[in-house]
Design a protein around this ligand. Sequence first.
Ligand code: GGG
Length: 353
Amino acid sequence: MTNYEIAVIGGDGVGPEVIEEGIRVLEALGDPAFRFTRLDWSSDRYKRTGRFIPDGGLDELASFDAIFFGAVGDEEVQDHITLNNLILPIRRRYDQYACVRPAYLYEGVRSPLAGQGPGDIDLVVIRENTEGEYADIGGRVYHQTDQEVAIQTSVFTRHGTERIIRYAFEEARRRGGRRKVTSITKSNAQGYGMVFWDEVFENVKDAYPDIETESLLIDAAAMDFVRRPQDFDVVVASNLFGDILTDISAITIGSMGLAPSANLNPERVNPSMFEPVHGSAFELIGKNQVNPLATILAAAMMVEFLGEAEAGAAIRKAVAENLREGRLRTPDIGGSSSTAEVGKDIVRRLEQR
Ligand code: GGG
């Protein structure tokens, strides 16, 4: 039997609650087996010790097969501090450059969009995850004066842009469905980085004559995710645009609570990290009402990436059955069940398989 070592970072807000449900589901698989090492890296830790990640902690992650992450964001800490000291250093340090965020409309879940049935929305956003608008470059001077200046620099390297676009084309081949890649920029207004991205997309696509292509501006894409979501297959976008679009795609499939995310180092030189798209959800903390399915689907992505296709498929099947049946579901998708009840239902389905 294969054993995997998983670093678990529950993080902030509802993160620890959903991550424990994900762990119970992974344990219910039996084979493969997992050993979980829980790390208390969080805003709470920062408030207690002044550090989100202890000295040497980032290095220690290298020894794990994967990282299972909950959420980041705390009401008492500014968001740029939590992001820049907890999750972004992990993504960058381990070169998790491909953020893969699928959105699938399950049977039994109502989309807020009219006329969308099961499977009609079935897209994946490939978000560049290590540079772009999230590059930690900029500065502020003349604080709190009329002359104050703030500069934030986006970074688009040929290496980074080519590899994420290539990854998107490979993903379109892997999925084997519509075989279409849509590239998102704002090159009418951002004449350097985004025009560069468009040029790279044009070059890379020549190597994939079997894949249909489309280029959209982010404003048009935001509208079309609502107007014609069924027309998208693989969507490739910069760090910021990918982040924004995946909140839209998550809500079109019924809830943020159904959207998983993988931060991949596709070359497998470093551990990859798996998390729900949703964040801390302050309003739900400790209420046992948060939907655990996004995290459970992230667990499915994790085991699949580890090479355990059958185990991943089993988790997906259990989630699909739970949603189709509709008996046990959290309030975000119209139910009154608790986080734990939904988690237990998935575990039961896996144990009975
Ligand atoms: N589990 C995902 C999470 O905590 N998201 C909060 C957030 O704002 N993340 C920023 C990002 O993904 O770039």
